[in-house]
Structure formats: C-alpha cells, structure tokens
Design a binder for this molecule. Structure first.
Ligand code: ADP
Ligand code: MG
Length: 709
C-alpha cells in the first residue's frame, strides 16, 4: 500500500476555510461547491496576462492589447439614431477610448469615473486610439496590489450577481482561492500512479492545482492545465472501460450460430451489389452475433450510405436463429418506410414483419401485440410505441435502433430490456468525429460504412439569396417537367412553431396557386393527422406528387430515390448537421441531384459580423458533401455539448478538457485507462486504490446503473 486514499481534503467542508464565513459558504454551496476540493476544482475561466500589458503611449493600430488604467470620463451620446456609450481610460502615459453600441444605456451603470479597469481588444484609430466592445475586467482598489503585480498572470473566475453581493466577484474568489491553495493544495493526494505520471510528464496534482490558480508563468500554467485535463479525460475513460468490462463479464448473451439459407437468398435478391464497406460491417456484425458476448455496436454511415439493408440482413440472421428482431425508428414516417422496405425484401422469404406505431386503433394494436407476444411476428418495426408497457416479445434476440441520436440512453435501454440480453445494433447518420464517438461511445464497438454505393453522382449545392427565388423556382419547374421530383423545405422550430407552421402553410398555398399550379404539389408537416402524413408520403414516393413542400419531418431517413431537388427555405435557420441530413434526401439514385439553400444571413454591423457562423455553415455545405468534414465544422461552431447533447448520453460534461482540441490527450488517456482496466478489472490492486476511490467519488451514480447502455 504505497498510495494513501485521499479523504481528508474532499471531506473538509468549505466553511472550515480560513476567513470564509457562513454566509459566503452558503452562497457557494448553492452553486455546488461544498468542500474545499470542490472549491479547488473551481478553476479560473481565463487569465489576464499582466505580463503583456501595453501602455497607452505604445498603442498601435491593429494591435490586440490589454490596457490597464483609470476611467477618466464617461458619456452617453447619440450616433445617428442609435445611442452609444463612450469612455476614456487614462494610464498616465496617454489615453484609450472605448465605445459600446449595443445596449448603450446599461454601460453607464457598469462603469464609473475613477474606477480601475483593464480593457482588452483590438486597437483601431478613430479620433484617437479606440477599442470597440472591448473585453474588460474591473480591477478594484489599488490595495489589491497582491494580485495586480505586473508580470503576474491573474486568474479570473466565474461569478454571478448573488455571489457578487457577498463579495465573491472574481476578486473575491481570488482571495479565497489563495487561502485554499496555500492551506490545502499541498495536502491533495495524487490518484495517478507515479509511472503513469512520468510517462506523460504530468505535474503532481498539488502543484498543478496551485499553478492552475496562480500560475508563475505561461509555461507552468500550460503544464498545470495539461495535468488537470489528463485527469478529467482519464477518469472518464476509466469509467467507460469499467462499464464496458462490466458488460462483458455479465451473463452470456445469445450465440447466433447459423447463417441460414435465407440470408444468402436475401443478398442475392437485392437489386444492387453490396458495397465493400457494407460487406465489411456485416462481417463485423456477424462476428459479434456469433460470439456469446452481447453485441453493442454502433453503425456509423453518412446519409445515403445504405445502413437500412445492413439492418435488414442483420435482422434476418437473428430470425434464422429462431429469434425475434425489433427495429426502432424516431418518426412514424421513417418506421413506416422501414416497414415497407422490410416487407418487400423479407416477406418473400417467409419472414413475418409487423408494424407497431402509436397511431394504431385499439383493436389493431391488440392484434399486433398478440403477434409480438406469441412470436408470430418475426420482425417488429416501430417507433417509441415499441418500448411502452404492454409490449412483450416472445423471444427478442436483436434490437436495432435507427438514427439513434434521436433517442436517449433510457429509451435504448428500455427496448433492450424487452429481450434477454439481446444483441444491439445502433445506427446513426450523424457522422461523429472520432474524438467524440470515443467519448460518447467508449463502450460501444464502432463500424463505419465509409463508402457510398456506386453510381452516385455528387450533389450540386448552391447558396442563393432570397431575391433569387424566382429563378430557383423556374429551375425547379424545368427539372420537374423533365420527370424529377422536388422537396421544398421550410423551417419549423419548436418555440416559434405556430408562426412557422403558418408561414410554411401560407407559402405552400402560394406556390400551389401560382408558381406550381400546373404541377402536382402537396404539403407535409408534423401536425397533420398520421393518415394524412402517410398518404402524402406515399403519394410522393410513388411519384404521384411531384413537389413536396415539407417541414423538417422529412429530415431523417426518408428515401425516395427519384427525388433529385432539395430547396431549403430560410437555410440560415438550420444547423449544419440538419442541413446535411436534409440534403441527404436527394442524391439517392443515379440521377444528378441539386440542393439549393435560400438564405440571407445577417449583415455586418459596426464591424461585428453577426452572420459569420451562418455564412460558415452555408459555405461549408457548398464546399463539401463529406459528412465527417461537416460534423467537424459543426462541432467547431457549436462546441461538443451543443453538438451532440452530451447529457443525453449519460456522460458528464467536461469542465476543463475539450474533446476536440485535446484529442491527443484523450487518445492517451483512453489507452491508459483501458489498459488499466484490462489488467485490473475491478481496480482491486493496492496501487490502484486511489484511482478506484476517485472514480467512485465522481461516477458513483453512473456506476450503479452500469448495465444501462
Ligand atoms: P441510410 O444509410 O441513409 O439509411 P439507406 O439505407 O436509406 O441509407 O440507403 C439509401 C439508398 O441507397 C436506398 O435507396 C438503398 O436502397 C440504396 N442502396 C443501399 N445500398 C446500396 C448499394 N450497395 N448499391 C446501390 N444502392 C444501394
Ligand atoms: Mg436510414
């Protein structure tokens, strides 16, 4: 036993901190900081580098600089019709002018004459050196010299109004953290074994903690941050490795030994040859199914890469081994489409396919439930309706989940619970960058279809402004006259649903009566009755409808190969992944396809580019059809949390590390974590006691529900 289990520190309640007092510790408790350790892990949101402060006399145009001084004057003026706030900062060597346009009237409440402030921004020259909307930090009184030393890097902490009221603004935090670091950081015991620390040149934890709050210089700060990031990623990966190991040591799953006659028949009957990538993933799936270990496989493949047929073959394999298979899709439209496809291919082979969705009548539903329970239904396709109470399978051996990002962890688990350790295949068309899939699905095996079916032509994508609408619709008319089918999509966002729906319906009416009156055109949106939706979808699928005006209900899965034109109205309102999914509705056959994005992003205002992200999204769409590239840009623009709703996956949000920027650390942490768990599956060895302790502390709740996938 060479590593003591860290206990002392984390147990110490915050009020025991020198000079903190009950009022402030109560306030801190409200934001989740209960112990001294919690406080130590409340890391600076950023740092103010006083080592590179620029004096006013040294300012130059174009320089990005921090300037520290006293506010010499403030004024609220008019700029044309808009109010504007201006102040002048003096630092003894000259002056800097700062201007604020937005919400001009709030600024006088924030800044007053005589205050010490640091501004950071880009310097322009306009009536003297100027910064527009600079970042700022109020520095408080001169008495705080301890933190104001030039040549020091100052930590800045997140605060709030309530915290500010009890003196816990950034400055207040600095004061109490100084104490916490001085008194407690040296007592932090390090969960990482010496050897591991040396391999990655990681700073000891106590030192890293001290340097993260009060760095001596850039270099030590970098080291400290690297250490803390490693910890965060390492424990996340240990958790994932642990969960995966737990899955694997649990009861045996099903061994699907037979590859029957009918599976081969299906492959031969397909109207196309499977791509090499499809064959490869089928081999991977096959190996999982044969093994007694329950399959947990993520099948990733860009929109249109042909995941459905892989699902069909997989389901047939289960059926041929005497089991039932269930396929869950996020929308009724999609479930129905899968139902049609499955029947087309599977019924001739003597497989009974059943559809279970919410809209069915009671009598019909009862009949279906009976078929499912008796095992007469071999393949059951449905929506969330599948996971409701009352749905019982006779012998569920395989669960397939389509477009799994639309489902939460619990929903996936719920379907799984309907069987006895069934094999699970989850499919996604949202291409996930490798870094992200590793953290999100650290415990899933991943198969990738990285090849499109042969004969596909690249989709031509264009971005046009609203005033080009006439020409665009002219183009649609021409193409549709020549036998093509087109989608015209309108945005429908939940909060603005009513007005969006009205706008879409109105536009549809206009298009129907005017521009496309000599064509057959129909409307499809989520608020329609299920029967109407189905009818609209079928009419389009069978070519009776030439132009389908739709909201985003068609976003996922819809497969009408003859549709070759996708017009997206108000494309600026869609996310990048969503645009890519929508575009994926075309280009599914051998004919040339087009995607036209109609969008007018916000203009530049006062040098602030409000439409920058939108433009980047649209430009990316025009530049590439590669789902992985698109996902990367999307991730960059939105950040990992937003991008994938990480919370949905039951994983903690990372506080320090960024799985994209810190990918290298993530890979290393993952290797180490998985090696550790392989070598010591229950972390019982004394030298791993500290890791185990740390893991339990952070992940106790999640470890208890470890069987949830
Ligand atoms: P997704 O991966 O987006 O779910 P689908 O499974 O809907 O894609 O497949 C898209 C289209 O490609 C379908 O019309 C399907 O029949 C067709 N398809 C699938 N595999 C192949 C293949 N190997 N060759 C040609 N077409 C294929
Ligand atoms: Mg699909």
């Amino acid at each position: 036993m060479n590593t003591p289990v860290p206990q002392d520190l984390t147990q110490a309640p915050l009020r025991r901190l020198r000079g903190l007092g009950t009022q402030r510790s109560a306030e801190l408790e409200k934001i989740g900081l209960k112990t001294v350790a919690d406080l130590l892990y409340y890391l600076p949101r950023r740092y103010l580098d006083r080592t590179t402060i620029v004096k006013c006399r040294d300012l130059r145009e174009g320089l990005e600089a921090t300037v520290v001084g006293k506010i010499a004057s403030t004024r609220l003026t008019q700029f044309g019709r808009r109010p504007r706030f201006e102040l002048v900062l003096a630092d003894g060597t000259g002056f800097l002018r700062c201007v604020f346009f937005n919400k001009a009237s709030v600024w006088p409440k924030i800044f007053s004459k005589g205050e010490n402030v640091a501004f950071h921004g880009k310097v322009t020259f306009y009536d003297g050196f100027t910064m527009a909307h600079p970042d700022f930090d109020k520095l408080g009184e001169e008495g705080e010299a301890r933190f104001l030393h030039t040549g020091t890097i100052i930590p800045l902490y997140r605060s709030s109004e309530a915290l500010g009221k009890v003196g816990l603004d950034s400055r207040g935090f600095r004061r109490i953290l100084r104490v916490a670091v001085d008194d407690f950081a040296p007592k932090l015991s390090d969960p990482l074994p010496e050897g591991l620390r040396q391999r990655y040149h990681l700073m000891p934890l106590s030192e890293a903690m001290a340097q993260a709050h009060f760095p001596e210089n850039e270099e030590t700060l970098k080291h400290a941050t690297a250490r803390l990031k490693f910890d965060e990623l390492f424990f996340l990966e240990v958790f994932l490795a642990f969960r995966k190991a737990a899955e694997e040591t649990e009861e045996k799953g099903i061994e699907f030994t037979a590859v029957g006659e009918r599976t081969w028949q299906l492959v031969e009957k397909l109207p196309f040859k499977l791509t090499e990538a499809q064959r490869r993933v089928l081999r991977e799936i096959r190996a999982d199914m044969k093994s007694p270990k329950p399959m947990h496989r993520l099948l990733q493949g860009d929109v249109g890469s042909g995941k459905t047929v892989v699902a069909l073959i997989t389901m047939l394999m289960a059926v041929e081994n005497g089991y039932q298979a269930a396929l869950m899709a996020p929308t009724e439209i999609l479930a129905e489409q899968h139902y049609i496809t499955s029947r087309e291919f599977l019924e001739a082979l003597g497989v009974n396919v059943t559809l279970l969705v919410g809209k069915q009548k009671k009598s019909e539903r009862e009949k279906i439930l009976e078929e499912v329970a008796s095992g007469r239904a071999n393949v059951v396709i449905g929506t969330h309706a599948l996971i409701q109470g009352g749905v019982e399978f006779q012998k569920l051996g395989l669960v397939v989940i389509d477009e799994q990002h639309r489902f939460g962890v619990m929903q996936r688990a719920a379907l799984r619970e309907k069987g006895l350790r069934p094999d699970v295949l989850v499919m996604t068309a949202t291409p996930i960058p490798r870094t992200l899939s590793m953290t999100l699905y650290g415990d899933l095996d991943v198969s990738v279809i990285d090849e499109m079916p042969a004969g596909r032509q690249p989709i031509t994508t264009a971005w046009r402004p609203g005033n080009a609408r006439r020409q665009i619709y002219e183009f649609v008319r021409k193409e549709v006259s020549n036998g093509a089918q087109a989608y015209i999509v309108f945005p429908l966002v939940e909060e603005t649903e009513k007005s969006d729906l009205a706008a879409a319906t109105e536009s549809y009416e206009t298009l129907r009566k005017n521009f496309f009156r000599d064509f057959s055109i129909a409307l499809l949106h989520g608020r329609m009755k299920p029967v109407e939706k189905e009818a609209a979808m079928m009419a389009f699928k069978f070519g009776e409808t030439q132009i389908l005006v739709a909201t985003t209900v068609i976003e996922v899965g819809v497969d009408v190969p003859n549709a070759t034109i996708m017009v997206i109205e108000h494309a600026e309102r869609f996310g990048l992944t969503q645009l890519h999914q929508l575009r994926g509705r075309v280009g599914r056959g051998e004919k040339k396809s087009y995607c036209i994005l109609i969008a007018d992003p916000a203009e530049k205002q006062n040098g602030e580019d409000l439409g920058a992200d939108t433009r980047k999204r649209l430009e990316t769409m025009v530049a590439t059809s590669d789902g992985f590239r698109i996902a990367e840009v999307d991730l960059e623009l939105r950040g990992p949390g937003e991008f994938f709703g990480t919370r949905q996956h039951g994983l903690p949000e990372l506080k320090i590390a960024d799985i994209v920027k810190d990918a290298k650390t993530l890979f290393a942490a993952r290797d180490e974590a998985f090696a550790l768990v392989r070598q010591d599956p229950l972390l019982k060895k004394p030298e791993h006691a500290a890791i185990r302790e740390h893991l339990l502390k952070q992940y106790r709740d999640r470890l208890e529900s470890v069987h949830i996938g």
